[in-house]
Design a protein around this ligand. Sequence first.
Ligand SMILES: Cc1cc2nc3c(=O)[nH]c(=O)nc-3n(C[C@H](O)[C@H](O)[C@H](O)COP(=O)(O)OP(=O)(O)OC[C@H]3O[C@@H](n4cnc5c(N)ncnc54)[C@H](O)[C@@H]3O)c2cc1C
Length: 143
Amino acid sequence: MFAWGDAPEYVLNAPQLLHPTLQFKRQPTRLAAGQLIGTEGYTAATAGGWLAGTNAARLVLGLEPLTLPVTTMTGALIEFISSASPKHFQPMPPNLGILPDLQRIRNKQERYAAYRDRALADLTAMIASGCESNRFKIASLHA
Ligand SMILES: Cc1cc2nc3c(=O)[nH]c(=O)nc-3n(C[C@H](O)[C@H](O)[C@H](O)COP(=O)(O)OP(=O)(O)OC[C@H]3O[C@@H](n4cnc5c(N)ncnc54)[C@H](O)[C@@H]3O)c2cc1C
């Protein structure tokens, strides 16, 4: 159930225990966030806390919990922690290496802008669709 972590003493084995909505697989009305689930850093803890809190509220309202597009940094990080190998699971900070590949762009500023634009486009599409769980329907990944 636990794996050795970095700064925290131990973290939940998220790939074994959590859905990408941050609900526990065996108790979907319970959710987890923060470094306890294997994300590293202040911003990742804040973003995960936002998602878990939003999904808790959506469950209370009878709405489908959200899964963020994997082209966003939060979506990619949560996809990583919830789908990694449970045997070799290690905490992960936000980083560009976990985002789905982009077409090769040499200029760094242009590359970062392309990551941003793709994420914003996918979030906009998700919101326009009524925030359905659209992890597998992200247009930019399948174009
Ligand atoms: C030395 C150090 C330096 C770091 N520097 C950076 C940095 O520069 N940039 C960066 O992004 N990240 C940094 N981090 C990582 C960052 O601090 C964590 O990723 C982040 O704080 C995790 O937030 P969290 O809310 O998940 O956990 P925490 O910030 O640990 O908050 C958990 C809270 O829960 C409380 N708690 C625990 N058990 C219970 C209980 N049973 N009942 C009630 N309350 C409880 C704790 O007291 C604590 O207040 C650093 C970490 C360390 C240790």
